[in-house]
Design a protein around this ligand. Structure first.
Ligand code: KG4
Ligand code: ZN
Length: 357
C-alpha cells in the first residue's frame, strides 16, 4: 500500500510518500519538509502567515514528494492529511488539498490526527508492537500516553500550562537567543554551569505523571532580572540550570509513568518512545537513556527528522488506519483540538489558560 501524506498543522509544509508492506513493515519513498522562516522575526508562529505560506507552497511540495518517489498520483493508493489538532487555517489548507486529490482520483482519504501520527512513527522506524509508552514533547504538546493500538490511547500525564518546547522557546526569547529556542538553549547550556543558579524542579514527586513549566519560566525571568545586564556566562549558566531542571523533571515523571505502565500491563517489557521536536535535545535524550536503563525499559527515539513535524508520519498513520479498513468521507471536518484520549479529564483550573490537550 502506497500512501501520500500531507502535513500543514503548524509551520512546516510537508508531504511524503510511504509504502506499507502487507506484513506491516514501512518504507519512506520520499519526504519533503519546508520549514517556514517568516515567523522568526516575531519570535513565534503567526497563524495567518503560516496558512498563507502553506497555500503558496503545498502544491510544489506534493509534486516534489511524488517526483522523488518516482510516482505520479496514479501510483498512490490513498491520500492522508493532518486534520488536526493544530492551527486551523493551516490544517484546512492541507486537508482541503487532500480532499481535492482524493475526489479527483477516486482514491480513499484518511483524516489523520497529528498526535496519532507522532505516536505511530516508531512503528514505521522500529517496527515496535503495541502496547508502548509515548512521551510526546513538542512546541504544542507535552504528554505521556499509553499506546494500546491504532486509535486506542490512554493519557497518563499532560502539562497543566506550557508545553515543553514552548518553555524552551520562551526561555530563548527572554535571553535573546532567537527562535526556535530549543537548539539555541541547548547550545548555550552546553557551555554553562548547571549548579550556579538554583531553579525549581516543578512537579517532582507528584503522584500523577503531569508536568508544569510556567513556574520555572517565572523563576528564570526573576533570576535574569536580578542579574541584568547579563554576561554571556550568566546566559549560559541560566540555560544550563534550566535544562538540568527539565532533565530532572522528565526523569522523575517518566520513571513514574513506567511504573504505571508495568502495573497496567503486567508481563510486558515496557518500551518508551519519544516523539516531538524536543526529542532532538541530546541532554534530555541522554537522561532518558539513563532512566529507561535503570527501569529495565527499552528506549526508542526515531531520528530527529521524523521526531519533528513531517509528512512521512502522516502517510504512515494513514497507512496504519487503511490497513484496518479505516478511511474518511470527503466531508470530514478540520479540528483545532483533537485529543488522543477523548476520555482523559481536562486538567482545567491549574494553569491560567487552562489545560492543553
Ligand atoms: O514537533 P515540533 O517540530 O513542532 C511542533 O511543535 O509540533 O517541535 C518544535 C519544538 C520547538 O518548541 C523547539 O524549540 C523544540 O521543539 N526543539 C527543541 C530542540 N529542537 C527543537 N527543544 C529543546 N532542544 C532541542 N534541541
Ligand atoms: Zn508535531
Amino acid at each position: 500500500m502506497i500512501v501520500l501524506g500531507i502535513e500543514t498543522s503548524c509551520d512546516e509544509t510537508a508531504a511524503a510518500v510511504v509504502l506499507r508492506a502487507p506484513e506491516g513493515q514501512g518504507r519512506i519513498l520520499s519526504s519533503v519538509v519546508l520549514s517556514q522562516d517568516a515567523h522568526a522575526i516575531y519570535g513565534g508562529v503567526v497563524p495567518e502567515l503560516a496558512a498563507r505560506a502553506h497555500v503558496d507552497r503545498l502544491d510544489d511540495v506534493i509534486a516534489t514528494a511524488l517526483d522523488e518517489a518516482g510516482l505520479d498520483l496514479a501510483g498512490v493508493d490513498a491520500i492522508a492529511a493532518t486534520a488536526g489538532p493544530g492551527l486551523i487555517g493551516g490544517v484546512l489548507v492541507g486537508l482541503t488539498t487532500a480532499k481535492a486529490l482524493a475526489m479527483a482520483t477516486g482514491k480513499p482519504l484518511v483524516a489523520v490526527n497529528h498526535l496519532e501520527a507522532h505516536a505511530l512513527t516508531a512503528r514505521l522506524t522500529d517496527g515496535i508492537a503495541f502496547p508502548y509508552l509515548l512521551l510526546l514533547v513538542s512546541g504544542g504538546h507535552t504528554q505521556i500516553v499509553r499506546v494500546d493500538g491504532v486509535g486506542r490511547y490512554r493519557r497518563l500525564g499532560t502539562t497543566i500550562d506550557d508545553a515543553l518546547g514552548e518553555a524552551f522557546d520562551k526561555t530563548a526569547k527572554l535571553l535573546d537567543l532567537g527562535y526556535p529556542g530549543g537548539p539555541a538553549v541547548e547550545a548555550a547550556a552546553a557551555k554553562g554551569d548547571p549548579g550556579r543558579i538554583p531553579l525549581p524542579r516543578p512537579m517532582i514527586g507528584r503522584p500523577t505523571p503531569d508536568f508544569s513549566f510556567s513556574g520555572l519560566k517565572t523563576a528564570i525571568r526573576q533570576e535574569a532580572e536580578r542579574r541584568a545586564p547579563l554576561s554571556p556566562a550568566d546566559v549560559a549558566d541560566l540555560c544550563a540550570a534550566f535544562q538540568s531542571s527539565i532533565c530532572a523533571v522528565i526523569a522523575d515523571r517518566v520513571r513514574l509513568a513506567l511504573g504505571l505502565f508495568r502495573d497496567s500491563a503486567p508481563g510486558i517489557d515496557p518500551v518508551l518512545v519519544v516523539a516531538g521536536g524536543v526529542a532532538a535535545n541530546r541532554a534530555i535524550a541522554a537522561r532518558l537513556a539513563e532512566t529507561t536503563a535503570k527501569a529495565g525499559a527499552r528506549l526508542v527515539v526515531p531520528p530527529p527528522v521524523l521526531c519533528t513535524d513531517n509528512g512521512a508520519m502522516v502517510a504512515w498513520a494513514g497507512a496504519e488506519r487503511l490497513a484496518l479498513g479505516l478511511s474518511d468521507d470527503l466531508d470530514v471536518a478540520a479540528r483545532a483540538r483533537w485529543p488522543l484520549d477523548a476520555e482523559a479529564e481536562p486538567l482545567v483550573g491549574y494553569g491560567r489558560l487552562g489545560t492543553k490537550v
